[in-house]
Ligand binder design. Structure first.
Ligand code: ADP
Ligand code: GLC
Length: 495
């Protein structure tokens, strides 16, 4: 057991990890934070569900323990291997009945939630708690269990449910809007003490809430930006859980995400047409031409290319882009949009492409390589979200000299500055209206006419340290505090 950050044994528990399974930024974080902590001297492992893409990719897997039948699965085994191409140890839960199937990690191909998600993600939390209690792998017992989002949140309740463990739990909210709610009558499937089945436990308006388990029972709660940490304590952003967040006030911390510079760096990016950096910007021009060619945008050197790379959901505020688009196209903007999600938004973007050939190009789909090409080739990356816990694409924009244009909310507000010109890194607007977005794009167009001014903003963004080194250290410091809280005021209690 260590109380120095550098010696800590840390178990990250999550449902997705780049590049194996990814539905959003969570996967990027789970791929990059653990190696950064290992670099800082911690002993870090991952725990993941045995989804086909994970089980098939993990290297050198060996059996740790045969768990037998549980959570409705006939055969559950815990394996230990390494993440592909790295030394990072990863535990994988092999439970074919629950995890070995097509479709996505949370939903079937038809977009409906898997009907057994309660069992699928309760098992994930339960195994984490048993690793912490030293009966799953006595050879390696974590000091800290770090659970990510609702999928892993139940680990915090199982640990609080009197499991004999010294391990502290830390819960990170990546997005409070996805809560993991299940019918009350499925309570018995979870195997938690009945005292947890109350409003002071994990009951939430007559349902079971995995998210609430993390918020209430983790020794420390974090979220992915300081602004979002403050926002989720308000009714406007709290998704009904703001009261629970406020009740943990002193224990809720916002730590900004970093980016994986091995994956996102224009100087070494194999996916883009030409490499570039602050001192050699010519490559960015080549990326611009390649993007225009690839997406069918007119080869117009005057046009300002605004990119969107996003899930197409209400969260992301892309209806504002759609509404402002005709005016902005007339003003000389080209749009390069890549996304997938709600059918109505997909259709609306396709129609915009048809209405503005050569000026609006849309790729409906999920494609990592193309995402790099968009980020590198555009002038501006727009992230007009209604709420945004952190947001990674604006950080990728900063790194690639593609000026972020964002709404002043959550992590976007914390990472992009349009204040005094000597600090400007992008464009920021307040109201969630097409007019406010439009005005911000007009400011971008005006700055672009001032070549030197634009270049200064671009170089400032590219010079920022966006690596995981700082956030990784911040989490390690927090783990020491979490262990202290666990020893002095353990959270078995309800209320
Ligand atoms: P969120 O997790 O809410 O979707 P983030 O900005 O944190 O938002 O992370 C989104 C991640 O998903 C980024 O790595 C982004 O590049 C990626 N992404 C989103 N949509 C697509 C897409 N259609 N194709 C490729 N990558 C995408
Ligand atoms: C969530 C949030 C996003 C954040 C990501 C990684 O998906 O929506 O803002 O960047 O998690 O923390």
């Amino acid at each position: 057991m260590s109380d120095r950050p550098s010696g800590l044994k840390v178990l990250h528990v999550a449902a997705e990890v780049y590049p194996l399974v990814k539905t959003g930024g969570l996967a990027d974080v789970v791929a990059a934070l653990p190696p950064a902590q290992a670099q800082a001297g911690a002993e870090v492992r991952l725990l993941l569900p045995g989804l086909p893409a994970i089980l098939d990719a993990v290297q050198g897997a060996r059996l740790v323990v045969d768990i037998g039948a549980c959570f409705g699965a006939l055969r559950v085994r815990l394996l230990l291997g390494r993440m592909p191409g790295s030394q990072l140890p990863v535990y994988v839960i092999d439970a074919p009945h629950l995890y070995r199937r097509g479709g996505g990690p949370y939903q079937a191909g038809d977009g409906l939630e898997w009907p057994d998600n309660l069992q699928r993600f309760a098992l994930l939390g339960w195994v984490a708690a048993h690793l912490a209690a030293d009966d799953a792998d006595p050879a390696w017992v974590p000091d800290v269990v770090h659970a990510h989002d609702w999928h892993a949140a139940l680990a915090c309740a199982y640990i609080a449910d009197h499991l004999p463990t010294q391990a502290a739990s830390v819960f990170t909210v990546h997005n409070l809007a996805f809560q993991g709610l299940f019918p009350h009558h499925d309570w018995a499937l979870m195997g938690l003490s009945s005292r947890f089945m109350s409003p002071s436990g994990i009951e939430f308006h007559g349902q079971l809430s995995f998210m609430k388990a993390g918020l209430k029972f983790a020794d420390k709660v974090t979220t992915v930006s300081p602004s979002y940490a403050a926002e989720i304590a308000t009714q406007e952003f709290g998704c009904g859980l703001d009261g629970v967040v406020r009740s943990r006030a002193g224990d809720v911390v916002g730590i900004l995400n970093g980016i994986d510079e091995a994956v996102w760096s224009p100087a070494a990016d194999a996916a883009i047409a030409a490499r570039y950096d602050r001192d050699r910007l010519a490559g960015k021009r080549a990326c611009r031409h390649a993007l225009q060619g690839q997406m069918g945008l007119a080869r117009d050197d005057e046009a300002m290319i605004v990119a969107v790379v996003s899930r197409l959901t209400a969260q992301k505020g892309l209806d504002l882009v759609l509404a402002a688009l005709p005016t902005l196209v007339r003003a000389g903007v080209q749009f390069a949009v890549q996304g997938t999600g709600e059918p109505a938004l997909e259709t609306a973007f396709r129609m915009a492409e048809q209405a503005h050939p050569g000026r609006v190009a849309v790729y409906i789909g999920y494609d990592e390589t193309r995402a790099h090409q968009l980020v590198a080739g555009a002038d501006v990356i727009a992230v007009p979200s209604r709420f945004e816990p952190c947001g990674l694409t604006q950080l990728y924009g900063l790194r690639y000299g593609t000026l972020p244009l964002v709404r002043r909310v959550g992590g976007l507000a914390d990472t992009v500055c349009e204040g005094p010109s000597e600090r400007q890194t992008g464009f920021v607007f307040d109201a969630a209206t097409p007019a406010a977005l439009e005005a911000a794009v007009m400011r971008a167009l005006a700055l672009r006419r001032d070549g030197e001014g634009w270049r200064a903003v671009m170089l400032r963004g590219m010079a920022q340290d966006l690596s995981w080194a700082g956030p990784a250290r911040a989490y390690l410091g927090l783990y020491v505090e979490a262990r202290w809280s666990r020893q002095t005021a353990p959270r078995h209690g309800l209320g």
